[in-house]
Ligand binder design. Structure first.
Ligand code: EPZ
Length: 438
């Protein structure tokens, strides 16, 4: 496991380009299986989750190559319909191959994704929807870890989602592209990453309308054709870096910001009192003093405030000039950072019943040895370290590399002092931190 050492106290300044979107890339990479041909995906981020999805493409028989940040997929020879348990255990987003492989081959064997640190993350909405598309499902093992789905033909149908699940919406779309007839999704997810999946498929010849709304209609087609597609920049990476300026202070210009996907994030960040100046996809963030508190923020499905920005915003509000509250409404356990931030001097009360955190802003945080429990939590701890006095070590920082190409490189460009540490350095820091406490 790797760690990141952050030496806090530096204001951020300079200019930085935002990487391609992880959560747009993953479903589009899965969708390349549907298109029995060549897909060229531009602006694809080089992150661990993408590398895992690419490995599965190769396991399924696709030929894949990179040209800088362009991913070239040739799925003409794909023939395997089994997605390994190891792949799904490594990364739950591989469940998106459920719809893609089923859509192309009318069968798929895939492991049931387990939960993760932020929640149980079941796939009941996915499976209930596939049943309505004439897909038979059975477990292949007694402890119900491996599921086999098959059908003689996928039949379009009306599907009502009880919650606008991003992954379930994407898997239904992927399954329905070649269906006989029309599939209508009611209460569909409206996230930009659903829109990007639809855009890629429409470019390849699929017939989809209603993308970005709660009602999506997919009319089955017979085939797709080769396509070249540019992925958008990552709205969560952009929000993370903008939040870092707010809490550490500074004056930074970000380029290639997907402003159109970030209305709620920008609105909330502006409430902290920073200046956010937008010129097309170029965004300047200026923060000169302690952030304002925010009375209550609720995480919501898009276009509400994204749950993936919750940890980062909590780090900002730890140093706010007053009391704030965050209500996490999407995942069951997405407050792992609370105990870590408390080690840095944050004052946070947690009501597990209501999944609400109350943050009593303090003037300063101090460095500590903290642990990343998940991807966005880890990013939140790095930005807390940037704003803290002294040195913070974020352990188990590998999870951050799942979604950020190089968080140390990026903040280093902006004048911050942080670096990756090897395991034995991490051990020595742990010893030092323990000695310091004893
Ligand atoms: C996507 O996950 C994102 N991942 C998540 O980002 C993001 O937090 C989430 O959407 C919400 O916006 C990718 O896009 C790869 P959901 P997904 O299905 O599709 C429950 C990150 O950090 N649910 O909308 O798994 C579920 O447990 C990641 O980049 C069911 O109960 O999210 C959760 O409480 C973290 N049954 C809620 O719905 C189901 O069948 C939202 O889940 C499916 C979901």
């Amino acid at each position: 496991m790797s760690s990141i050492e952050v030496i806090g106290g530096e204001q951020l300044k300079g200019e930085l380009k935002i990487q391609g979107s992880k959560n747009a890339a993953l479903p589009v990479i899965a969708a390349t299986i549907l298109n029995k041909g060549i897909s060229v995906l531009k602006n694809c981020p080089k992150i661990l989750d993408v590398f895992h999805m690419v490995q599965i493409l190769e396991d399924l028989g696709c030929a894949v190559s990179w040209d800088d940040n362009t991913l070239i997929v040739d799925s003409r020879q794909a023939s395997v319909t089994h997605v390994s348990e190891e792949s799904v255990r490594k990364m739950r987003s591989s469940i998106l191959y459920l719809g893609a492989v089923l859509g192309r081959f009318h069968e798929v064997t895939i492991a049931y994704p387990g939960g993760c640190s932020i929640g149980a993350r079941p796939i009941n909405y996915h499976l209930n929807a596939l049943k309505k598309l004439n897909v038979t499902q059975e477990f292949l093992d007694e402890d119900e870890k491996i599921i086999h789905c098959h059908t003689d033909r996928i039949r379009g149908n009306d599907i009502f989602l009880e919650f606008p699940s991003v992954g379930a919406t994407q898997n239904i779309i992927l399954t329905a592209v070649y269906a006989e007839g029309t599939t209508r999704i009611y209460n569909a997810a409206r996230e930009p990453e659903v829109v990007e999946l639809c855009n890629y498929l429409i470019e390849a010849g699929a017939r989809i309308c209603g993308k970005g709304t709660a009602f999506i209609e997919i009319e089955g087609v017979k085939r797709l054709h080769d396509v070249e597609y540019s992925l958008p920049s990552d709205r969560i990476v952009a929000g993370t870096y903008m939040a870092a300026v707010v809490t550490a202070g500074g004056n930074v210009v970000f380029n290639d910001v997907p402003v159109g996907h970030m209305e709620s994030t920008i609105r909330i960040l502006r409430k902290t009192g920073c200046l956010i100046d937008i010129d097309g996809s170029r965004v300047r963030v200026v923060a000169r003093r302690r952030p304002n508190p925010i009375e209550l923020i609720r995480t919501q499905p898009y276009p509400g405030f994204p749950t993936d920005m919750q940890s980062q915003l909590m780090s900002v509000l730890c140093k706010a000039d007053g009391v704030s509250a965050i209500h996490e409404q999407i995942f069951e356990y997405r407050f792992h950072n609370v105990n870590e931030l408390r080690k840095m001097g944050a004052r946070i009360e947690l009501d597990n019943e209501s999944n609400k955190a109350t943050i009593y802003g303090v003037k300063s945080l101090h460095g500590a040895l903290v642990k990343a429990h998940d991807l966005r939590g880890g990013a939140g701890l790095v930005i807390a370290g940037l704003a803290a006095e002294g040195t913070t070590v974020v352990t188990e920082a590998d999870s951050i590399e799942r979604g950020y190409e190089d968080i140390c490189r990026d903040f280093g460009v902006l004048g911050a002092k942080l670096r990756y540490c090897s395991d034995n350095e991490q051990y020595m820091m742990k010893r030092h931190a323990i000695d310091a406490v004893q």
